[in-house]
Design a protein around this ligand. Sequence first.
Ligand code: NAG
Ligand code: NAG
Ligand code: NAG
Ligand code: NAG
Ligand code: NAG
Length: 435
Amino acid sequence: MDISNRNHLRFLGLRLNSLACKCVALVVIALVFRAVFLPTFNKNLFAFDNGPLTLNGEFRIEKTKFLEVPQIIWGLNNQKIAFARAALTARMLNRTLLMPSMSASLFYKEVDLLQPISFDKVFQFEKFNSLCKGFIQLGRYSEVSNFSDVFELQKGSGRRWTVKKDLDQLRQFSSNPYDRYEIIQVVGKNPFLWHDHWPVKDYAKVFECLVLVEEISREADKIVCKIIEIGSKEIRKVGQSQIVVDSVPYVAVHMRIEKDWMIHCKKLEQRSNISEICSSKEEILERVGNIVGLKTPAVIYLAVADTLLEDNSILTGWKEGLLPFEKKKLGVVEVYKKHPYLIQSAIDYEVCLRSDVFIGNSFSTFSSLVVLDRTQKMIKMGARNICGVEAKWPSYSYNLRGQSRGPRPWLTNMSDLNLQAISYGSNNVSCRLSS
Ligand SMILES: *[C@@H]1O[C@H](CO)[C@@H](O)[C@H](O)[C@H]1NC(C)=O
Ligand SMILES: *[C@@H]1O[C@H](CO)[C@@H](O)[C@H](O)[C@H]1NC(C)=O
Ligand SMILES: *[C@@H]1O[C@H](CO)[C@@H](O)[C@H](O)[C@H]1NC(C)=O
Ligand SMILES: *[C@@H]1O[C@H](CO)[C@@H](O)[C@H](O)[C@H]1NC(C)=O
Ligand SMILES: *[C@@H]1O[C@H](CO)[C@@H](O)[C@H](O)[C@H]1NC(C)=O
């Protein structure tokens, strides 16, 4: 929710001397800020709380009826989308979603290695229900009174299982006689692979209710602190001694150039006949170096796969004034290493989300969700400038060419009728809002 601790610091007008001290203060202030301002902030944020659906009484969540879904798998952001899809399905069936199991590790095939992790180890359960009240509710297994009162819903699959058939099935299961069962249990594929029936706005509402548990967001605070602390030292070295810590901007680049991705994206380029999916390191460097109006010196945080941390060449070749760092150079590898894949990814997501400028790949689900989140936040705050460095939280896609050989400015189209562009990537991104 609090995009950047530094913004709070600026807001509070603090000027401390010791860097280390400052970073501790930063975290404390962030926590206080969260505690004090979040309740009111949320009220404004969640206008749908009193949305038309609850006002005219047509929509009420049946508290004693549940929906159970298969374990949620794959990358953090695939899991977020899958969770939202399960939640929106529960809403459609007038049911409470039984808190699903997520996966802490990233194994695609060996199901026994998936390491189930409970939703509430990652996101705050109570917070979810309070923020999403009247829209979607989560339940615990302890609330179920009769586990035998269950109906298995087998999702169809294959080519002939169309979006329309899927929708008809959901409609059918929201009415007699299925609505009498205490639990409807969906069996079959991971929800990420279910058909999509909801507009981007609905997904965005679900995402807003997903607040990381304190333990994880504090880890992200640590990384952000470190970026600012080390970044400002470097900036002083290059002779900008007047720079004060809390005004050091950082740019996050979600740099996908690891071998696995390169193989995947080349295949995707062939299959979809789109040539702008893969970007080489050189292309990324050039485009980031050409962002129109970006003030230098600037700290660049490289969100990269672990395999690239061994390759020091990602830190070289950047335009003068851009000071690149990754986990290893920041000395924070240990902070990550304590956690399983899913949590590491959640921390990196936060660090990218809070950056002053974000640059990602428009065919990455991770990048796409960061941009959705940033777009949503700018809209909620009624920002007038939404494109380019003048925006509050500008984003760009480096795989698409923009002005002056820079990256293309990127906003999520919140009016889109489904999540296709975000789940599977798109080269049709722009920085226009349609109302
Ligand atoms: C639980 O549900 C099953 C199936 O609907 C039903 O036969 C059984 O009587 C229920 N048990 C109780 C204690 O309600
Ligand atoms: C959900 O419940 C409300 C009232 O309880 C009912 O009017 C509405 O038709 C239900 N929706 C579905 C999809 O069953
Ligand atoms: C791929 O796209 C190019 C132009 O973008 C077009 O000329 C070509 O016919 C396309 N190939 C296929 C197989 O669709
Ligand atoms: C956003 O999506 C809607 C629905 O698909 C479309 O009508 C509109 O033109 C899009 N806007 C932009 C800016 O791409
Ligand atoms: C790109 O998006 C615009 C606006 O939504 C739409 O008019 C256009 O058809 C899209 N182009 C492609 C190739 O999908």
